[in-house]
Ligand binder design. Structure first.
Ligand code: SAM
Ligand code: SF4
Length: 314
């Protein structure tokens, strides 16, 4: 269905859990209050919401979190979602730390593409930014994703001044080696974290001035893409704040505790858990109709959503 601004809403991002095995500094605060089991949407409730959403025009689903792969029974749940009639594509965004050795299972569950997040190629820096002792064997993971043809492989890295902006040449080499799409995400102020947004924020403009070998290649709804002459792979920049893509926004978000978010960047939500089945469709329509023309984060970061990112899913 179309929202009040004539945008066709066909994409639902489902956060299946607010829990995560990492604590990325810009995403998940320490000591965060976790939802209880009863507050989180059960598989059956999720499937009902997906079915009603399909009737309203949703055909593409992205599974996200928190970290989706920490949800118990996640492979079964993905299979149930992919089996809903009318769903054409199910994809996932994951931190990939639980993915090595599980790509075949993910494909059999119905996932057609994987975006994984990795802000740095350096183990110590990875453990610093994720506040964990885990490591990511990304080269073997990439090989596994290629083996099972979950292509193209997209890697997301949040661009952080003084932390990973100097690693861009290494990311370009990695993209070349495995023919990857690597996308740098502009740091967003979401939730109320003790993370110094201003210190770490760096704009695409500044990066492009520094790495002049990046030649403009193409753009899609959310990103601008660049290539380096003579190299395989694509480097993208997702800039929701400095170059908002609200005009082409085709998405709704469902939080793990059952709130539909018409927009990532404000506090408006429609509660869809524990709603009488006959009223569920009306609630989803309410969320679609509540989509704002655009976010107002560029006017002031005080307009941000109070939920931290792990409770929304990106
Ligand atoms: N745990 C999974 C992961 O890390 O890919 C899925 C959920 S995570 C919230 C989805 C995406 O949001 C990740 O790519 C993450 O880097 C990004 N993200 C989290 N907080 C962010 C922030 N403050 N600004 C920009 N991107 C952010
Ligand atoms: Fe977890 Fe993803 Fe947030 Fe990192 S970005 S804390 S991996 S949900």
């Amino acid at each position: 269905m179309k929202d009040p601004f004539e945008r066709e809403i066909d994409y639902l991002r489902i956060s299946v859990t607010d829990r995560c095995n990492l604590r990325c500094l810009y995403c998940m605060p320490d000591g965060i209050e976790k939802k209880t089991h009863d507050e989180i949407l059960r598989d059956e409730e999720l499937i009902e919401i997906v079915k009603e959403s399909v009737k309203l025009g949703i055909s593409k689903i992205r599974i996200t979190g928190g970290e989706p792969l920490v949800r118990k029974g996640i492979y079964n749940l993905i299979k149930k979602i992919s089996d809903v009639k009318g769903i054409k594509e199910v994809t996932i965004t994951t931190n990939a730390t639980l993915l090595n050795g599980n790509v075949k299972r993910l494909k059999e569950a119905g996932i057609s593409r994987v975006n994984f997040s990795m802000d740095t190629l350096n183990t110590e820096k990875f453990q610093y930014i994720t506040k964990s002792k885990l490591t990511l064997d990304y080269e073997n993971l990439i090989k596994e994703l290629i083996q099972y043809e979950l292509l193209p492989i997209k890697i997301n890295a949040v661009l952080l001044r003084g932390f990973n902006d100097m690693e861009i040449p290494e990311f370009i080499e990695l993209a070349d080696k495995y023919d990857l799409i690597i996308r740098f995400i502009e740091l967003m102020p979401v939730g109320h974290l003790d993370f110094d947004h201003e210190k770490y924020y760096i704009s695409k403009k500044e990066v492009l001035e520094k790495y002049q070998e990046l030649d403009f290649y193409k753009k899609d709804i959310i990103a601008d893409y660049y290539k380096v002459k003579g190299k395989k792979g694509i480097i993208g920049f997702i800039n929701p704040i400095s170059h908002k893509f609200c005009e082409n926004c085709n998405r709704l978000r469902l939080t793990a505790d059952g709130h539909m978010k018409p927009c990532l960047h404000n506090n408006n939500e429609v509660y869809v858990k524990d709603v009488d089945r006959n009223l569920l469709s009306d609630k989803i329509v309410e969320a679609i109709n509540a989509k704002p023309k655009s976010h107002t984060l560029d006017e002031s970061i005080d307009n941000r959503s109070d939920r931290p990112m792990n409770k929304i899913g990106g």
